[in-house]
Design a protein around this ligand. Sequence first.
Ligand SMILES: [Zn+2]
Ligand SMILES: [Zn+2]
Length: 192
Amino acid sequence: MPRNKSITRLCENCGKTFSVKPYLISRGHGRFCSWSCFRASKPEIHERFWSKVDKNAPIHPIIGTRCWVWTSNMDDEGYGLFSVSEKSMRAHVFAYQEAHGYLLPGFLVLHHCDNPPCVRESHMFVGTHVDNMRDCVEKGRLPQAKLTPDAVRLIRKLNTEGASQREIGRRVGTSHTNVGYVLRGELWSWVP
Ligand SMILES: [Zn+2]
Ligand SMILES: [Zn+2]
């Protein structure tokens, strides 16, 4: 059987048949026909998710509204991790799907606010890898120059050692504007 041939399943919530690609089943997509059937079958998950979100983070300096910051487990890149049925998924993707339904295969959930733990739907958009690269270019940074929790700690350390914001930006590989946001606590204030 070709690897990408769809197979038919019965939705565990509404009983409808639906088709799913085998590789998505390993990512937990094989049980429900839609995100709303998934939610309806496990309403407590919704509550558990939002209990881990801090809606009082500082107002984002560019967007002008508050990031809603994940306060539980994070991965190395600073994205929130939420466990659902013994698998963990990125918290911002969960939040996006809460609002819009299952993400189509091949798409990523990206952040307008450049703040990986943010799960506020209006701060996110959907795109491909190409869009991700273009977004990085428009924001004047390389994809790998995105800030991470380690980079934020390094920025603070260099600041206590007396380096200028421009010098810190050069050494960390980000703009001096980003360095300013970090040092004033307007972005990434959640990093301990
Ligand atoms: Zn269903
Ligand atoms: Zn945000």
